[in-house]
Ligand binder design. Structure first.
Ligand code: FAD
Ligand code: NAI
Length: 506
């Protein structure tokens, strides 16, 4: 046993050291040039976005075959599955951010990155219009810049469009002004600050006062996985950590989750839905299902509950911190782009064929949450689409070179050989097929739920503490770089030893 333990420890550390070395010492990249060694044009691929779709595409693309440019206002990839752990300090925000330049540096060919947002696309002229807006920095006068956007345009041969989605507020009054979201890293930091502000302010008020109760109420609207995971993390934080810093506070703090439908986590097996509701009840998370949010203001959520007998009842729920997790809507740039293309008839996202190619325009492909397909808007789908498309593009490049060589070739038998190769390569261009590997969600008090799929024909629905360990290991393995795997694991160890960090401003 001793030898096996020693051997596996040494093997484990050696593997980790190798991976760290590989990530920190990437090989030299082939520079971008106009022509490939064959003399064929090296085509320009513009990738829009730095999320799941875009970065999965980049990781698998043979970047020596194309001149690749990434355009995104966010200079890092965000590992969203662990975002609900950030507001409470279970995970440090930086641990789930992976710089675009670091990811790009790991690929074999040079990749350019432009920190800018795409504002418009002309698919006929094959141009994208971009805009860089520096945020106004307030840390010392010397760093303040003028906030004037810088505009530019880029040509492309192929456009890979993966700008994700924005939060859907359904036009409900007050949400943009008063609620926080949980979509981006800065949203998580904002939620953290609001939560801590509310708690500290409430502590100055007389016990039992309405205002103190209001400030101690954390309301999440939307019982999809985002809302459930956030409510679970906040409750954990209150019970496990805040209670130690401010004893008895856990009895005053209230976490409420409001959901319009009869259940939360509707994509999960009904047994797991029941299990989640049971865990929430035992943990004291107030679940208000069948309750539709109608309006919010600076202090209250106004909602209507639908009762079992069909009658309705209006409620006013005062809150100290409010998070809206009502699902996805398309970004303005996507709806404006779609409006230019008659074949794009859906308001729910871009329509693509089985190769992720946009209907109605040439050489534009779309991935992830900005598309409307039969698959759900998840990281799992976006990353599989990205990997698929990269493989498709690697083959397209090969095909393009073969066609170029066949056109140049004078010898008929060589031409025939090349045509056979072209046919063989074309026959490998298979359509995208999504393989659902399962759904996972954290539900609090070190429990998770999982609907796991095996080979498309079998699913297992499990929930509990072991599933929680599985949830953690699955997410660590899904993190893109070794750096993030180390950081996230270290965060969990830190929390297990020292508890969660309750300082407000980081
Ligand atoms: P995103 O990952 O959102 O990336 C969009 C990118 O486009 C970003 O880099 C953005 O900065 C950039 N961009 C935006 N506008 C522009 C513009 N105008 N020009 C250029 N770039 C632009 N899914 C799962 O499968 N499992 C999970 O556990 C899970 N957990 C989640 C937890 C949370 C809190 C959230 C919010 C989502 C979660 N998801 C999960 C869903 C998953 O994050 C999304 O489905 C996934 O991010 C979609 O990938 P995407 O590439 O389409 O978009
Ligand atoms: P969602 O669309 O899954 O859930 C939003 C919820 O808000 C719905 O249940 C809806 O009924 C509710 N809602 C909408 N309007 C409301 C109103 N006025 N009043 C009360 N409730 C209202 O959105 P979510 O959770 O942000 O997820 C977005 C996508 O990301 C989904 O595809 C989801 O599967 C994926 N995701 C997956 C995770 C995981 O697998 N662990 C974690 C987080 C997100």
């Amino acid at each position: 046993t001793f030898r096996i333990t020693m051997f596996s420890t040494i093997a484990g550390w050696s593997a980790l050291t190798y991976l760290v070395w590989k990530e920190t010492n990437p090989a030299d990249q082939l520079p971008q040039t106009e022509l490939k060694p064959t003399g064929n044009k090296r085509k320009k691929v513009v990738i829009v976005g730095s999320g799941w779709g875009a970065m999965s595409f980049l990781q698998k693309l043979d970047t020596t075959q194309y001149n690749v440019v990434i355009v995104s206002p966010r200079n890092y990839f965000l590992f969203t599955p662990l975002l609900p752990s950030v507001p409470t300090g279970t995970i440090d925000q930086k641990s789930i951010c992976d710089p675009v330049r670091l990811i790009a540096r790991q690929t074999p060919g040079e990749v350019q990155y432009m920190e800018a947002a795409v504002t418009d696309i002309d698919p006929h002229a094959k141009k994208v219009y971009i805009e860089h807006k520096s945020d106004r920095l307030t840390i010392g006068d010397a760093f303040i810049n003028d906030n004037e956007p810088i505009r530019a345009e880029l040509d492309y041969d192929y456009l890979i469009y993966s700008v994700g989605a924005k939060v859907n507020t359904f036009g409900i009054q007050g949400i943009p002004e008063f609620a926080s979201y949980l979509k981006e890293a800065q949203d998580a930091v904002a939620v953290r600050q609001k939560l801590f502000n509310s708690v500290e302010a409430a502590r100055l008020l007389p016990e039992g006062s309405d205002e103190r109760k209001r400030l101690m109420t954390f309301v999440v609207c939307g019982g999809g996985p985002t809302g459930v995971e956030l409510a679970a993390e906040v409750k954990d934080y209150i019970v496990q950590d805040l209670s130690k810093f401010i004893p008895n506070l856990e009895n005053e703090m209230n976490v409420t989750l409001i959901e319009a439908l009869p259940n939360v986590l509707n994509m999960f097996h009904h047994k797991l839905i029941e299990y989640t509701q049971q865990v929430f009840n035992s943990q004291g998370v107030h679940l208000r299902t069948n309750t539709m949010v109608k309006k919010v203001d600076a202090r209250n959520v106004y909602c209507t509950e639908k009762k079992a007998d069909g009658s309705t009842e209006d409620h006013v729920i005062p809150y100290g911190t409010l998070v809206w997790a009502g699902g996805n809507a398309q970004r303005k740039v996507t709806t404006e782009f779609a409006a230019k293309i008659p074949e794009q008839t859906s308001r729910r996202g871009l329509l693509v064929d089985e190769y992720q190619k946009l209907y109605g325009v040439e050489d534009v492909y779309a991935l992830g949450d900005c598309t409307f397909t039969k698959n759900p808007p998840t990281a799992q789908v976006a990353s599989q689409q990205g990997h698929f498309l990269a493989d498709h593009f690697n083959k397209l490049s090969k095909l393009d070179d073969l066609k170029f060589l066949a056109n140049q070739e004078k010898q008929p038998e060589q031409v025939e050989k090349l045509h056979k190769k072209i046919q063989r390569t074309e026959s490998t261009l298979l359509p995208f097929h999504y393989e659902h590997q399962g759904s996972l969600a954290y539900i609090g008090s070190e429990r998770a739920v999982a609907d796991l799929s095996f080979f498309q024909w079998s699913t297992v629905s499990v929930g509990g503490n072991l599933t929680f360990l599985f949830w953690r290991s699955a997410y660590v393995s899904m993190l893109m770089g070794v750096r993030n795997k180390v950081l996230v694991t270290t965060d969990w160890i830190k929390v297990a030893i020292f508890g969660r960090d309750c300082s407000k401003d980081n």
